[in-house]
Ligand binder design. Sequence first.
Ligand code: GRF
Length: 193
Amino acid sequence: KNIVILISGGGSNMAAIVRAAEQERWAARFDARIAAVISNKPDAAGLALARAAGIATAVVPHKDFASREDFDAALAQAIDAHAPSLVVLAGFMRILTPGFVSRYAGRLLNIHPSLLPAFPGLHTHQRAIDAGCKVAGLTVHQVTVELDHGPILAQAVVPVLPDDTAASLAERVLVHEHRVYPQAIAAWLIETK
Ligand code: GRF
């Protein structure tokens, strides 16, 4: 089973998934491997992490395409070169077209840095702080055509501290993302075995 991970930036979630796949022996246990890491940003720092781990990488720069549909078609072509059983969005900052989402329906996951359905969209940590929330967190969900609204696989609750800024809260949540996302993927691999 090939897993393709899509990133746009630092790729810390991708790195956590790669580490878990090795340490938890996903290849032996689930016949699953990280086949490729693909980014829409040529300068995504996560690409270097993937290459250092010996994982194939590809870049599909969204700037090269006239339409969202054209980009998504090129992205799907790069993904399908690896015949994925699972496509994992990890810090992937593009909204995907309905055509792309339906192509990977049931095997497309995302991690969102809030307790959905609260705070879909961007700037989730600042919005939680502004709303006076005492807890924040993350959600791993199936990607559907409605942004940040697909079936939920896993969530984790993280305290919001009185002196938190968006940056300090994001840092605290990210630690839990790195724990929960690999767990949710392993559970998905077991369920779909
Ligand atoms: C994280 O906040 C994550 O929740 C969101 O993108 C941010 C960066 O992720 N999906 P990464 O370090 O690129 O994995």
